[in-house]
Design a protein around this ligand. Structure first.
Ligand code: NI
Length: 215
């Protein structure tokens, strides 16, 4: 089984609009399997095909209800309502997360791997996963959903990482945290580089260390 390498910020594949899946054939099913494996290994709760370099409109997710991974092919957000703030991270922007405001409820339609139409009314966390993954299919990263202050801070950190990459640091995390602490840093944000939202009051999700925010 092939575990994919997850593409990260700066990779142009993350900025392109993915194309519809024409046929749900064996290759698409294999792709879904491999994406799910990659998502669990990360660990994360959602992964879109462009994050593994495949320009197809599909994503996998597992929000932890014990039902295993789900795949949605050619998803469309048909409706969105309300407003909800959630500490959101992305497997393609490792080690960082921000409280981001998005619609609280969405209606998502798409197709399952069995070719049957899927229609889901999602609220809060599941709605957030759906919106984040559909953004990936449109070439949009969560940094584009930040407010002005958050975006300035994000750009500063990501620029510093890019410099580290050029200096030979393979994942660009070197300036943020020692290698042995990367797993912690992924979940909590690196010491000294903590963004304002990381320890924001009243956010019950802050402090999670199991990667449940990473989409
Ligand atoms: Ni993501």
């Amino acid at each position: 089984m092939a575990g994919f390498t997850i593409r990260t910020y700066g990779d142009p594949v993350l900025r392109q609009r993915a194309r519809d899946v024409e046929d749900i054939d064996g290759r698409i099913k294999q792709l879904a399997d491999d994406m799910a494996e990659t998502m669990y290994a990360a660990p994360g709760v959602g992964l879109a095909a462009p994050q593994v370099g495949v320009q197809k409109r599909m994503f996998v997710y597992d929000v932890g209800h014990g039902e295993g991974p789900r795949t949605i092919v050619n998803p469309v957000l048909a409706e969105a309502r309300g407003e909800w703030t959630f500490e959101e991270g992305c497997l393609s922007v490792p080690g960082l997360s921000w409280p981001i405001v998005r619609p609280k409820e969405v209606h998502l339609v798409g197709v399952g791997l069995d070719g049957e139409e899927i229609s889901v009314e999602a609220d809060e966390f599941l709605a957030r996963v759906f919106q984040h993954e559909v953004d990936h299919l449109d070439g949009v990263l969560l940094v584009e959903r930040l407010d002005d202050d958050q975006r300035r801070e994000a750009k500063r950190i990501l620029r510093a990482r890019a410099l580290d990459l050029r200096a030979g640091d393979p994942d660009g995390l070197g300036s943020l945290v020692p290698a042995g602490e990367r797993r912690d840093a992924d979940a909590r944000g690196a010491p000294g580089e903590r963004l304002s939202g990381h320890s924001g009051p009243g956010d019950p999700t802050t402090g999670d260390t199991e990667g449940t925010h990473r989409l």
